[in-house]
Write a protein that binds this ligand. Structure first.
Ligand code: AMP
Length: 600
C-alpha cells in the first residue's frame, strides 16, 4: 500500500497507514513533553482532588506543579501500605484514586517478603495498550516484512489471588493477557502469534509451555521473530525444548497430543486445529535436537527469525552471552520499559546493541519526576527535601531515581529504578536503565536485597550451631549460566570443633533454610515457575575473604573502609573464590510457597 507522503515520519518511512499514525503520535508526544506533562498532572490532580490521600495535603484545588511539589511528599511503598491495606481489605471509598480500584497488580518488588500490591484502575489498561501499539510501528522501521509471518512468543499467565476484600491480585501481564483488549484484539498482520490464546491463558506452566513450543515447531517456517518478556523466559523455553523434544517430535510425527495436556480448551484447540501428522518435520526436529551442539539452535529450528524480542537490559544483561549462543548471533531487541506501577516508554532504536539501549519515556503515561542520584550524597531527609527535576529538565549524562505520579493514585512514588539520560529525541529524554536500587541478586523476576540475604544467612546458620560452627564471611553470585539460573552463596566457616564439623547433608539443609527465608517471588520462581534452580552453597577455605580484601586493596580500596562485597560478578574475584572452594552443596528440596498466603 502506498503511504501518503504527508504521513511520513522523521523516525523513518512507516510501513502502513496505521504505523504512520503511531509514529505521528510519538512525534507529537516527544515534541511537547513539558506541555503534556503539565496536562497529565493537571488531569491526575483534578481527577483525584477529592481522594482521602490528596485531601490530606490541602492542595485546595491547585493542579500546578509548584503547589504539588511543595505540599505532597515523596513516598515509598511502605509509606502507602496502610492505605493499600485498607483497599485490599475492602474499603471502597476514594482513598488513593477517585476511580474504583479495579484490581491489584502484584509487583516483583517485595515488601516484608511479600509482593507489593499496586492499585490500578480500568482506564490504565488503555494507556498500556496505547504503548504496546507503538512498538511494532517502530520495529517495522528497522525490520521489513514482519507482516509476512508470525511471532513465536512464550507468554504466560501466573497464579492469581484475591485480597480479603475480594479484589483480584495478579501480575500486570496476567491481567493484560486476560483482558478483552488482548483476547479479542483485532487481526493485525504485524502481530500474529504462533501461540493461540488458549495456550497463553492456560495457568498450568507445563501445559502452556508445551503447547506454545509445539505450535512454534509446527509453524517453524513462518516464524519471523522469537521472544519472551524477559531473557530468562526465552532461555527457559530453550531448556524446555532440551528436556521435551522427544515427546514433541512424537506428537508431530503422529499428529497426536501429549496426554499430559489435560486442559480441555487447550486440548481442543491444539488437536482440532493445529496438530497434523508430519513425520518429516518430526525427523528434522529429532535430528537437530539430538545433536550435541545446540549453538545457534534458534536459527536452525526457526530459520527465518530476524531478531530475538527479549529484554536484556538491567538484571537480564547476565543472559546476553547465553542468548547469543543459542540465537546464533541474532540481534536482541529490547522494546519497552514498564512496571506494575505504570508503563513508561519504548526504545526508538530497537535494533541497537543491548549496551546502547535507551528508552524514551512517553509523557502521556504518568507525571514523572527525577531525583538526582549521586551514590555519594547523603540519604534523603524529610526536613530538607531534595529538588526533583521534571521530565523536560533532566540533563544528559546524569543519573536519576525515577519518581512517578499515576492516574491510579500513586503520588510522587519512588519506583526504585536508577536511570541515566543518554540523549533526547525531540524534547523527550532517553534513558539507559542502570539498575534497580537495593537489589543484590536476581535470576528471573525475583529481587533479593542485602537485608534479605543477611537474614537468610542468619536463619541457615542456626543449623550450624550444634556443630559449634559459624559463618564468618559470605558473598553471593547470580549464576545465569545454568538454565534455570540459581543463587550461589560463598561461605567461609569457622569450625571450632573439627571432630564434629557439619556434614554434607547439614550444609545441604542450610541451602534449603536459606531458600525458605527468601521472599515470596523467589519461592514462587523455585516452586511454581521453575524459573530459579536450587540454591548452592560453596564453602571456601579459611582465609579466602582476607585474600579478597588484599585483592581489593591492591586495586585501590581503602583498608579502613573495606567491606566484603555481598555480591560479586567480577571475573578475577570469581576465579579467586572458585579456586578456594572446598565443598559444594545444593538445596535438596523446593522451599514452601503457597499462592494463597497473603497478609493483605
Ligand atoms: P515489576 O515490579 O514486576 O512490575 O517490574 C518492574 C521493574 O522491572 C522495573 O521497575 C524495572 O526495575 C524492571 N524493568 C522493566 N522493564 C525493564 C527494561 N526494559 N530494562 C530493565 N529493567 C526493566
Amino acid at each position: 500500500m502506498a503511504i501518503d507522503s504527508q504521513l511520513s515520519s522523521p523516525l523513518g518511512p512507516p510501513a502502513c497507514e496505521k504505523d504512520a499514525k503511531a509514529l505521528q503520535f510519538i512525534e507529537d508526544m516527544t515534541k511537547s513533553v513539558d506541555e503534556v506533562q503539565r496536562r497529565v498532572l493537571e488531569e491526575i490532580l483534578s481527577q483525584n482532588a477529592d481522594t482521602e490521600y490528596l485531601g490530606k495535603f490541602q492542595l485546595d484545588g491547585a493542579t500546578d506543579r509548584d503547589t504539588f511539589k511543595s505540599k505532597v511528599p515523596v513516598v515509598t511503598y511502605e509509606d502507602l501500605q496502610p492505605q493499600i491495606q485498607r483497599i485490599a481489605n475492602g474499603d471502597r471509598s476514594p482513598i488513593l484514586s477517585a476511580h474504583p480500584i479495579s484490581e491489584f497488580l502484584t509487583s516483583s518488588g517485595t515488601s516484608a517478603g511479600e509482593r507489593k500490591l499496586m492499585p490500578t484502575i480500568h482506564e490504565e489498561m488503555d494507556r498500556r495498550q496505547k504503548l504496546y501499539s507503538l512498538l511494532m510501528p517502530v520495529m517495522n522501521l528497522y525490520v521489513p516484512g514482519l507482516d509476512k509471518g508470525k511471532g513465536l512468543y512464550f507468554l504466560f499467565v501466573k497464579a492469581e489471588t484475591k485480597t480479603p476484600g475480594g479484589l483480584v491480585a495478579r501480575p500486570v501481564l496476567t491481567s493484560y493477557y486476560n483482558s478483552e483488549q488482548f483476547k479479542t484484539r483485532p487481526y493485525d498482520p504485524y502481530n500474529v502469534y504462533t501461540s493461540p490464546n488458549e495456550a497463553i491463558l492456560c495457568a498450568d506452566s507445563f501445559q502452556s509451555m508445551y503447547a506454545q513450543m509445539l505450535c512454534g515447531l509446527l509453524m517453524r517456517e513462518e516464524v519471523l521473530r522469537v521472544g519472551a518478556v524477559f531473557a530468562s523466559g526465552l532461555l527457559r523455553a530453550i531448556r524446555f525444548l532440551q528436556l521435551h523434544w522427544k515427546q514433541l517430535a512424537h506428537d508431530i510425527s503422529t499428529g497426536t497430543l501429549n496426554p499430559k495436556i489435560t486442559d480441555p480448551s487447550l486440548r481442543d484447540c491444539i488437536s482440532s486445529k493445529i496438530v497434523k501428522p508430519n513425520p518429516e518435520l518430526s525427523e528434522f526436529i529429532t535430528e537437530e535436537c539430538s545433536a550435541e551442539n545446540w549453538e545457534g539452535i534458534i536459527t536452525r529450528i526457526w530459520p527465518n527469525t530476524k531478531y530475538l524480542d527479549v529484554i536484556v537490559t538491567g538484571a537480564m544483561a547476565q543472559y546476553i552471552p547465553t542468548l547469543e549462543y543459542y540465537g546464533g548471533g541474532l540481534p536482541l531487541a529490547c522494546t519497552m520499559y514498564a512496571s506494575s506501577e505504570c508503563y513508561f516508554g519504548l526504545n526508538l532504536k530497537p535494533m541497537s546493541k543491548p549496551s546502547e539501549v535507551s528508552y524514551t519515556c512517553m509523557p502521556n503515561m504518568c507525571y514523572y519526576e527525577f531525583l538526582p542520584h549521586d551514590p555519594n550524597a547523603p540519604a534523603l531527609s524529610r526536613d530538607s527535601p531534595p529538588r526533583l527535576v521534571d521530565l523536560a529538565d533532566v540533563e544528559a549524562g546524569k543519573q536519576y531515581e525515577l519518581i512517578i505520579t499515576t492516574y491510579a493514585g500513586l503520588c510522587r512514588y519512588r519506583v526504585g529504578d536508577i536511570l541515566q539520560v543518554t540523549d533526547f529525541y525531540n524534547s523527550a529524554p532517553q534513558f539507559r536503565f542502570i539498575r534497580r536500587k537495593n537489589v543484590l541478586l536476581s535470576i528471573d523476576s525475583d529481587k533479593t536485597d542485602e537485608a534479605e540475604l543477611q537474614k537468610a544467612i542468619e536463619n541457615a546458620s542456626v543449623l550450624l550451631r550444634e556443630f559449634n560452627t559459624s559463618v564468618v564471611e559470605y558473598t553471593s553470585y547470580a549464576d545465569a549460566k545454568s538454565i534455570p539460573g540459581h543463587y550461589v552463596i560463598y561461605w567461609e566457616l569457622l569450625v571450632k570443633d573439627p571432630e564434629n564439623s557439619p556434614s554434607h547433608e547439614v550444609l545441604n539443609q542450610c541451602c534449603l533454610a536459606m531458600e525458605e527465608s527468601m521472599n515470596s517471588v523467589y519461592r514462587q520462581g523455585r516452586v511454581a515457575d521453575n524459573s530459579i534452580g536450587p540454591l548452592e552453597i560453596r564453602v571456601v577455605k579459611n582465609g579466602t575473604f582476607e585474600e579478597l580484601m588484599d585483592y581489593a586493596i591492591s586495586r585501590g580500596a581503602s583498608i579502613n573502609q573495606y567491606k566484603a562485597p555481598r555480591c560479586v560478578n567480577f571475573t578475577p574475584i570469581m576465579e579467586l573464590l572458585d579456586s578456594r572452594v572446598v565443598s559444594v552443596h545444593f538445596s535438596p528440596a523446593a522451599p514452601h510457597w503457597n499462592p494463597e498466603r497473603r497478609r493483605c
